[in-house]
Design a protein around this ligand. Structure first.
Ligand code: SAM
Length: 217
């Protein structure tokens, strides 16, 4: 688990008092490390996973969208929070990584509620039907396209709906004036866009690498 922005001892304590992931999520995390090596760092952390399941349950979201599925960890956490009849639509560009996600959806008994759309999300998200409002979305894909994903999802989001965005603290680099690389600039610009958007209320949470919670008015 990651508690990037806490004193390490406090972080350890906090994580020791958060419900642990089950065996299926542990097995997925292990296989992801074995198969993808360093790329496994892209996977959300178990405490974020716990948060995703809880927020899906608490918001009673029925139509959920995920942008950036990788090997499936966050999608399983979202799908597990859905009530009966709820649906999760996942977008990712990679067949190679999502083949693992599909296998774990099967093991988790979630195939009836999860759908995967492969291709560049900026194009495929536009196919979401305009007449079925999205209740909750997670953005966790390529950072420069965050504003594109945000705008498309805002156009589909129900009033009171939520968008969650991962990595918005970017290991603290967003707040370091000596850092000026392309990825950091992209995250800063996205964060500035959200906080000045009068259509929403936003809250940046220091969970893992920063998770912004955005509620549409
Ligand atoms: C940070 S990982 C997602 C991690 C995932 N949420 C998890 O918990 O394991 C980012 C994912 O975005 C996908 N991605 C990158 N560029 C994309 C694009 N243009 N369209 C759709 N997906 C993209 C990658 O293939 C990768 O699987």
């Amino acid at each position: 688990m990651k508690a990037t922005y806490l004193d390490p001892a406090v972080g350890q304590y906090l994580l020791a008092h958060t419900t642990l992931p089950d065996d299926l999520l542990d097995a997925l995390a292990l296989e992801t490390r074995e198969v993808t090596g360093d790329r496994a760092g892209m996977q959300i952390s178990p405490d974020q996973g716990r948060f995703l399941t809880m927020i899906t349950q608490l918001s009673r979201a029925g139509n959920v969208v995920e942008v950036g599925t990788f090997t499936g960890y966050s999608s399983i956490c979202l799908a597990r929070g859905l009530g009966s009849g709820g649906r999760l639509t996942c977008f990712d560009v990679s067949e190679e990584w999502t083949v693992i996600a599909r296998r774990y959806w099967e093991k988790a008994g979630l195939t009836d509620r999860v759908e995967l759309r492969i291709g560049p999300a900026a194009e495929r998200l536009a196919e979401l039907p305009a007449d079925r409002a999205v209740d909750l979305a997670l953005i966790d894909a390529d950072k420069p396209n965050y504003p594109v994903y945000y705008e498309i999802l805002m156009s589909r989001l129900a009033p009171g709906g939520l968008i969650l965005v991962d990595n918005t603290l970017w290991r603290g680099r967003v707040a370091d004036p000596t850092v000026d690389d392309e990825a950091t600039r992209a995250i800063r610009e996205f964060n500035d866009l959200v906080v000045s958007d009068s259509r929403v209320t936003s809250l940046m949470l220091p969970i893992a690498d920063g998770l912004t919670m955005i509620r549409k008015h």
